[in-house]
Design a protein around this ligand. Structure first.
Ligand code: SAM
Length: 292
């Protein structure tokens, strides 16, 4: 390995190619080999693993993945990195770079085409933080059979994804992710292991994908409408938030009673199973269409 992720090697590569980082693409490059080895090990990347990486940058994480995995497919939006990656990853024949915005990518086709012979496929990435949620949503909604997602993001977002009920971080994002995965913080990462240093601390989150959603849902879109609606005003009761959502106070009283939820409860106290019960009741009552 070239050990790209050291302060001196990174600076030398950037200087050699006259590259300056672009804030608009969330470019904060890792300069710590220990953090990288840790991520790859804990993400369980091995000789039969296929990996999707988002945003290889100058290849700091990519070289670790290529060294350990069977195949790496990396999506990079910034085409001015082409000559750098051609240089830094020249030793590896198991890396394919797709020069495309990940949010535009046809993941189904790429998954089917690129990972022949791999036992399983995981996503491992130091994400561009400005689009963390859309990327995770896209990956999860693709329903592709990923084993793990091991992704670095802003620490506050990591805490929200992995939050349990009755905490201030718990919300509709926690519920959306925990519907499909066991979510845990794998590693906390300080600011000083990046060039340039971001303003926020980071964490690597592991999403171990479940074979099917955690609860049975009559209609997922209605479930998400319910969870989002429940948290619109966190400090208000579930009854108040649902009154705003349904515009039908009588129905909300009946709904909460049928589901055994006290009207004065706040959304943050309700677990995923209770939200599923409410959403399925709404569908059974024929009230889903008005909130879809
Ligand atoms: N993996 C490198 C590392 O750890 O040093 C770079 C990580 S940097 C936080 C994020 C990377 O994502 C940058 O290389 C950036 O150009 C790329 N990126 C930003 N938006 C993207 C998008 N929509 N699709 C694909 N890559 C993107």
């Amino acid at each position: 390995m070239k050990r790209i992720a050291t302060p001196s090697n990174t600076k030398a590569i950037l200087a050699k190619h006259g590259f300056s980082m672009k804030k608009k693409f969330g470019q904060n490059f890792l300069i710590d080999q220990n953090v990288l080895s840790n991520i790859v090990e804990r993400a369980e990347v091995g000789p039969t693993t296929g990996v999707i990486e988002i945003g290889p940058g100058i290849g700091a994480l990519t070289e670790h993945l290529a060294h350990n995995a069977k195949k790496v497919v990396a999506f990079e939006i910034d085409t001015t990195l082409k000559p750098i990656l051609a240089d830094t990853l020249s030793h590896y024949d198991n890396v394919t770079i797709i020069w495309q915005d990940i949010l535009e990518a046809d993941l189904d086709t790429i998954y089917a085409r690129e990972f022949e012979g791999c036992d399983h496929v995981s996503v491992v990435a130091n994400l561009p933080y400005y689009i963390t949620t859309p990327i995770l949503t896209k990956l999860i909604e693709s329903r592709l059979p990923f084993k793990n997602l091991a992704v670095m993001m802003q620490k506050e977002v990591a805490q929200r994804l992995s939050a349990k009920p009755s905490t201030k971080e718990y919300g509709s994002l926690s519920i959306a992710m925990q519907l499909y995965a066991d979510v845990s913080i794998m590693l906390n990462v300080p600011k000083n292991v990046f060039i340039p240093q971001p303003n926020v601390d980071s964490a690597v989150v592991r999403l171990a994908m479940l074979p099917q959603p955690r609860v049975e849902l009559a209609d997922e879109a209605i479930f998400f409408a319910i969870t989002r609606g429940a948290f619109v005003q966190r400090r208000k009761t579930i009854q108040n938030n649902f009154n705003a959502l349904f515009q039908d106070k009588e129905y909300v009283v009946a709904l909460l009673e049928t589901c055994g939820v006290a009207p004065q409860t706040r959304a943050e106290a309700l677990d995923l199973a209770t939200f599923a019960k409410i959403a399925n009741q709404v569908v059974a009552d024929g009230k889903g269409e008005q909130i879809r």
